[in-house]
Design a protein around this ligand. Structure first.
Ligand code: PLP
Length: 385
């Protein structure tokens, strides 16, 4: 069951969140919901619902992993279903212990969730307020800013550093709001698929104001081979890392994720959270973490398809932002909406688009045969540009 208690209400009021906005949060949490309309699938769906998408269309619009769960995870989930009449909290503890060991932190530094949307929303709600806003990049994954707006906190967007590989401009982010409550860094970034060097994140953590946190969203980190930010948590810094099993691990519909951070930081986000997690997600996530070589194997498969697609784009003279993730932004030289609609007519669903890059569209990396269909449809639609 979800709850928000008196202590939390007092904390909210102290932080300048109005009773009205507090009421909205309570109502939302009491419903067991995690701002459900602000996750990737929902945002992707908001667009596709307005389009007449054929059922047999290729869907490369929500950064999902068409490979689905690995066989070890699928087996673990089948096996646990028949016992599903029980809460089986021990499966969640097993998951958090397994993840904690891999990240080199104590188990109480890991909090399980059904995906990472919930802890992202909760972290923003817990650390921002009327007086302490959120700083994020542009373009970015909008869920963080929408959660801040929802409680009336100021959102400051700072353009990615296009001259330096579209990394986060951490110095500009701090300068833009030196007293923010949270700095959101999605690494690699969604939608651009670009990496911010670890040293920049360390700089931000070192220089950010007291009482604030860096929310380090590592939803796509496994796809890159880059270092995790876990050492910052090991050093007890003001960092909350978010992980999901929706991407490389192919469990978007099955739901598993985690927040990794100092116990006192996790405690702040927990009052907004629900109780038991789906046991299927928990055992699937544990099995995925234990599957030998899975991350490297999948990273190579997805990189192979992505690099093939991007080499093709280069050979055809299309402009795109080089990506190390399972999506990329391509300049379609027309209003994004016109391109997306044109692609739907060719039975390929792509998207989304961001207001600050009106002619760019995000394309998720699917299976090789799906990308082959995307190439044919893309050429056709671009020929009309
Ligand atoms: N963070 C980022 C950057 C994402 O792109 C997504 C989903 O696409 C999420 C978090 C949340 O994913 P989920 O709730 O499926 O774990």
């Amino acid at each position: 069951m979800s709850f928000i208690n008196c202590e939390v209400e007092q904390d909210f009021l102290k932080r300048g969140v109005s009773r009205r906005n507090f009421g909205r949060i309570s109502a939302l949490v009491a419903g067991g919901a995690a701002l459900p309309f602000y996750n990737e699938a929902a945002m992707a769906q908001q667009l596709s619902m307005r389009l007449d998408v054929p059922v047999d269309a290729v869907r490369i619009n929500a950064n999902e992993n068409p490979l689905g769960p690995c066989p070890e995870a699928a087996e673990a989930m089948y096996a646990v279903i028949k016992g599903g009449g029980r809460y089986m909290y021990e499966k969640t503890f097993e998951f958090t212990k397994t993840l904690a060991d891999l990240d080199g932190v104590k188990p109480d530094y890991v909090q399980a969730f059904a995906g990472s949307s919930a802890p992202l929303h909760y972290s923003v709600i817990a650390f921002t307020s009327k007086d302490r806003g959120l700083v994020t990049a542009d373009p970015d994954y909008e869920a963080a800013s929408r959660a801040a707006q929802f409680i009336g906190a100021k959102v400051t967007k700072v353009k990615l550093d296009a001259a330096n590989g579209y990394k986060h401009d951490v110095k500009a982010m701090l300068a833009a709001d030196p007293n923010a409550g949270a700095y959101y860094v999605c690494n690699p970034n969604n939608p651009t698929g670009t990496l911010t060097p670890k040293s920049d994140i360390e700089w931000l953590v070192k220089n950010k104001p007291a009482g604030s946190v860096v929310i380090l969203d590592e939803a796509y980190i496994h796809l890159t081979g880059a270092d995790f930010g876990s050492d910052l948590v090991q050093q007890d810094k003001d960092v909350i890392i978010l992980r999901t099993f929706s991407k490389l691990f192919g469990m978007a519909g099955l739901r598993a994720g985690a927040a990794i951070g100092r116990p006192d930081l996790l405690k702040k986000i927990m009052p907004y959270s629900a109780g038991a997690h789906p046991v299927t997600g928990m055992v699937g996530a544990t099995a995925s973490l234990r599957a030998k070589g899975l991350v490297e194997k999948r990273r190579a498969i997805i990189a192979g398809t992505r690099n093939d697609t991007l080499s093709w784009c280069t050979s055809k003279g299309y402009t795109f932002i080089p990506s190390v993730s399972n999506k990329f932004m391509i300049d379609v030289k027309m209003p994004a909406r016109a391109y997306i609609e044109g692609m739907v007519k060719e039975k390929v669903l792509v998207g989304r688009a961001w207001p600050s890059m009106p002619t760019y569209v995000r394309v998720s990396v699917g299976l090789p045969e799906e990308m082959a269909k995307w190439k044919v449809a893309h050429e056709k639609v671009m020929s009309k540009a």
